[in-house]
Design a binder for this molecule. Sequence first.
Ligand code: HEC
Length: 145
Amino acid sequence: MNTNAAIVLFLLVISGLIWAGMHSNDPNWTGNANQCVGECYENWKAENGGSIADIERSKQAALAAASPEALGEKYYGQCIACHGGNGEGGIGPKLQGQAAADIAMKLTAYRNGEERGAQSAMMWPVAKPMADTDIDNLAAYLSSL
Ligand code: HEC
C-alpha cells in the first residue's frame, strides 16, 4: 500500500467514526449532569432523612453532643499505628494507665515543639494541628483505657 492510499484509508475510517458518533446520540442521555431535582430529590430526602443541609446539621449536632471521650476516641484513630489500639504502645510509648493531666501536659509540650524523649520529632507533626479541645478529648479518652 502506498502512502497516499494509507492516508485516504485513514481519513475514511476517521470520518466513518465521526459520522457514526454523530448519528448514535441518545436524546435521553443526561451525561454527567446528575439531574435529581423535583420529585427525584423529594424521594431522595425521604430516603435519606432530609436535605443534604439537614443531614449535615444533624451530624454536627451529634458531634456537639458527643462526650469528650468519644471525640478523643475518634481522634485517636490516627495514633493507633504507633501507640496501639488500646494505647498499649508499639513504636510509641504505652499511653494506657496515664492520668489525663499527664497526657495533656505531654501533648502540649509536643505541640510547642519541645523535646521530651529521643524521638520527640515523631510527635511534633502529630501534635502541631491539635486544638486545646483535641488535647482535652484525647486526654479524657486515653485516661479511660
Ligand atoms: C509515627 C508514630 C506516632 C504517631 C502517629 C503518634 N505517636 Fe505519640 N509518640 C510516638 C513516639 C515515638 C513517642 C515518643 C516521643 C519521644 O521520644 O518524646 C510518642 C510519645 C507520645 C506521648 C508521650 C508518652 C509518654 O508517656 O512520654 C503521647 C501522650 C503521645 N505520643 C500521644 C499520641 C497521640 C494522642 C497520637 C495521635 C494523635 C500520637 N501520639 C501519634 C510516636 C507516634
